[in-house]
Design a protein around this ligand. Structure first.
Ligand code: ACO
Length: 329
């Protein structure tokens, strides 16, 4: 016990829409093959929302599970943070929509646009608010419906992404465990390697430009690949060193699930064997901000994470943004 206010995760939940899109389904949509997708990315299938289902709906399901596990009522939540690049609406935030659906009437509400790093950015902001004593219970969510913003005629991107949500309740504690440290970073100079050019306030979507199909994700995959490995290695090493862990003391590494080859390259550079790395990209594809919290929830539910063990979270995404966290359970 100490006087310092620490943060710990008291509940997690995740939800992915039931509809499965396999690589074989994609073979009928674009010029690709199951073999190419598996070898180049590790993805076998991904979940896709039905029309009319928004990120707030996926977030609601994941949040209910996390709150139940944390033994909290929605009105005990002080702040809702949602990492997403696929909000229900441009205005207001998805956190506002979720607050109403969840009846979390005492919560402040904020969306975080940090792409695949959104959940880790959320954890970091949550623990900072808790450390200064402003909030006790923060609901942090990563959610995406990337299926709505990919060009289903572009094989470079459409085979990679999927939909889903993951949630975590972060609560104040005086115990010497929980979120031991977080690290956040970014580099806006590389924004054009992974972006959506049209449909924002700078160049709104019009009937003249809609045919360009630039209101969908465009990505220079192999450039992003190299930056992802480099940045996640740096972020993980930075936070491990800051909290005083050695690679052998990492019981579980949960990296952003973008590509199995990125995950393997990262694990090798960090000297963490693959049996201590959580991988579910084969079943979900890249769910951006949802990827780390879905994996975290699955790892907890499967009993992979034990009391007293150390978990390292690390992510990288459009922006570029990247970040890491160490959690002692
Ligand atoms: N099926 C078949 N062939 C394909 C497909 C496909 N679906 N997609 C691309 N190809 C072709 C390309 O056209 C290219 O052909 P060419 O050599 O004739 O030009 C060839 O395959 C190789 O393409 P590369 O892009 O060099 O393939 P690479 O090995 O780099 O794999 C991939 C591509 C999977 C996209 C990889 O680069 C990657 O995972 N990049 C990182 C993505 C990522 O980490 N994103 C993170 C953030 S996502 C976010 O923030 C929302």
């Amino acid at each position: 016990m100490s006087d310092k206010i620490n943060s710990k995760i008291t509940g997690t939940g995740s939800f992915a829409p039931p509809r499965i899109l396999t690589n074989y389904d994609l073979e009928k949509m674009v010029e690709t093959s199951n073999e190419w997708i598996i070898t180049r990315s590790g993805i076998k299938e991904r979940r896709i929302v039905e029309d009319g289902t928004g990120p707030s709906d996926l977030s609601l399901e994941a949040s209910k599970i996390a709150l139940r596990e944390a033994n909290l009522e929605p009105d005990q939540i002080d702040l809702i943070l949602i990492g997403t690049v696929t909000p229900d609406y441009l205005l207001p935030s998805t956190a506002c929509i979720l607050q109403d659906k969840l009846k979390a009437k005492n919560a402040a509400v904020l969306d975080i646009v940090a792409a695949c790093s959104g959940f880790i950015y959320g954890l970091s902001i949550a623990s900072a608010f808790i450390a200064i004593g402003q909030y006790k219970n923060v609901l942090v969510i990563g959610v995406e419906t990337l299926s709505k913003i990919v060009n289903w005629e572009d094989r470079n991107t459409c085979v990679l992404f999927g939909d889903g949500a993951g949630a975590a309740v972060v609560s104040a504690t005086t115990e010497e465990k929980g979120i031991l440290g977080t690290f956040l970073s970014g580099d806006g100079s590389l924004a054009n390697l992974l972006h959506i050019q049209l449909g924002g306030a700078k160049v709104p979507l019009t009937k003249e430009n809609i045919g360009l199909k630039q209101h969908y994700i465009s990505m220079q995959g192999n450039e992003v690949f190299k930056s992802a490995v480099r940045a996640m290695e740096g972020a993980a090493k930075h936070i491990i060193q800051k909290v005083g862990l050695s690679p052998e003391e990492i019981d579980l590494l949960i990296p952003h699930q973008a590509n199995i080859r990125i995950i393997e390259a990262l694990a090798k550079r960090l000297k963490v064997p693959m049996d201590r790395v959580y991988v579910n990209i084969d079943r979900y594809g890249n769910t951006s901000a949802a990827s780390v919290p879905i994996a975290l929830d699955e790892a907890r539910k499967k009993g992979v994470i034990k009391e007293g063990s150390n978990t390292v979270l690390v992510a990288f995404g459009a922006g570029f943004t990247w970040g890491s966290a160490v959690i002692k359970w």
